[in-house]
Design a protein around this ligand. Structure first.
Ligand SMILES: [Zn+2]
Length: 159
């Protein structure tokens, strides 16, 4: 099975983040500096499923044969449940940067120390946590309290 890839409209930034956390290759239109986002979404990234909250955009996309899914709820938990209906599996896979969609990798000791120092974080985090690194954002990820909150949230949407 080919893994699903997505592009999200302006209204679905949070959903884009959760898709990235779950390992899906996901673009967010707000990351592109463009004027006519609808036009852009209709004409680009045809290999991706378009996720939109805009019924008019949804209809237009359908008409030109794009793979598109209309998200109905305004609530992130409900939106995630909607996507589960098309086979999306939400989970925490430290695979993609939730900010920029780049693939993460294990940092070298030097890289990790540099970022920790820059962000005023204790150097011993290197020993205490498994770290992942986004080269583009110079951002580190680890299983801290944020992680625990995310796990709790995922439990909530499971029911
Ligand atoms: Zn990044």
């Amino acid at each position: 099975m080919v893994e699903m890839k997505f592009i999200c409209d302006r209204m679905l930034g949070k959903l884009a983040v959760w898709l990235r956390i779950s390992g899906y290759d996901t673009l967010y239109v707000g990351d592109f500096k463009i004027e006519d986002e609808d036009e852009f979404l209709l004409k680009n990234f045809e290999d991706r499923i378009l996720l939109t909250k805009d019924r008019r955009l949804f209809e237009k996309a359908k008409k030109i044969g794009r793979e598109v899914f209309l998200v109905r709820s305004n609530d992130i938990a409900e939106q995630m449940k909607e996507l589960k209906s098309i086979g999306v599996k939400f989970q925490i896979v430290m695979d993609r940067c939730s900010v920029c969609n780049s693939l993460l990798r294990i940092p070298s000791k030097e890289e990790a120390l540099e970022v920790l120092k820059e962000q005023g974080l204790p150097a011993d985090m290197l020993e205490r946590y498994e770290l992942w690194f986004c080269e583009k954002c110079k951002k580190l990820y680890w299983m801290g309290s944020h992680w625990i909150n995310m796990v709790r949230f995922l439990k909530k949407i499971e029911d």
